[in-house]
Write a protein that binds this ligand. Sequence first.
Ligand code: SF4
Length: 226
Amino acid sequence: MKYSEIFFTLQGEGQFLGIPSVFFRTSTCNLRCSWCDTTYTSWRPEDKQISVSEAFNEITKFGVKHVVITGGEPCLQKTDLMTLCEMLSSKGHHITIETNATIFIPVQANFISMSPKLSNSIPFDDKLWEEIHDKERLKPEVIRLYLDKYECQVKFVINDIQDIQEVKLLAKQIPIPKEKIVLMPQGVIESDIKIRQKWIVEVCKETGYRYSPRLHLNIWGNKRGT
Ligand code: SF4
C-alpha cells in the first residue's frame, strides 16, 4: 500500500474525539484542496510502500482498540484497504475510515467519517487541479450510500459564513440528518481557528449541527505524527 505514516495519538476530531487511537495514514489523493494540511499525501505524495500484512503488524503492535485509517484518500486503494480492514476487524479493532466521500467501497468498518469538500477548497492558483478538483470534490450519491450503510459523521471544514449556505443546501439535497453534520474551523494556526470558532459555535446552536475542535492542533500545533 502507498502510505505516509503510522502513529499512536488521540483522535482529534469529531464523534470519537479524545479516544486513544492508532492512525494509519495512506498516501495519494484524488483531490487537491487549496488548504490541504497533509500535502505530503496529496500535492507532493511521498508514497512509501508497505504490504497489507506489514501494515497490520505495525498497527496492532500498539495494542490499541481504535484504529483510524486516513489519508490522502484511503478508498483509492480499494482491495488492500478492504483486506486490511477484514484483518483488523477479525481481531476486534474498532475501525474508522476517514474519507473525502468521493469513492464508495463496501469496506468492513465501524464508522465512516466523511469530509466532503466545499467550494472553499478549490485551488484557484492551479489551473489543472482547479478543474479536476471542482469536478470531483462532491459526490452526493456516495455520501448517501455511506449514510445508508454505515454509522457516519459528515464533517465540513468551514472558512467563512458563505460556506454554511453550501452545507445547508447539501444537507437538504442528500439529505443528511443535522445531528450527523460536524463543522470544523479551517486553519492550522490557533489564532485563525479561534476567530472562526466563535461564530461557528453560534451557527451550531442555531442549526443543531455539531461543532468539533481540532484537538491535535490545540495540543501539539501543526506537526506530523500527532
Ligand atoms: S481530500 Fe484531504 S488529503 Fe485530499 S487534498 Fe483534500 S484535505 Fe488533502
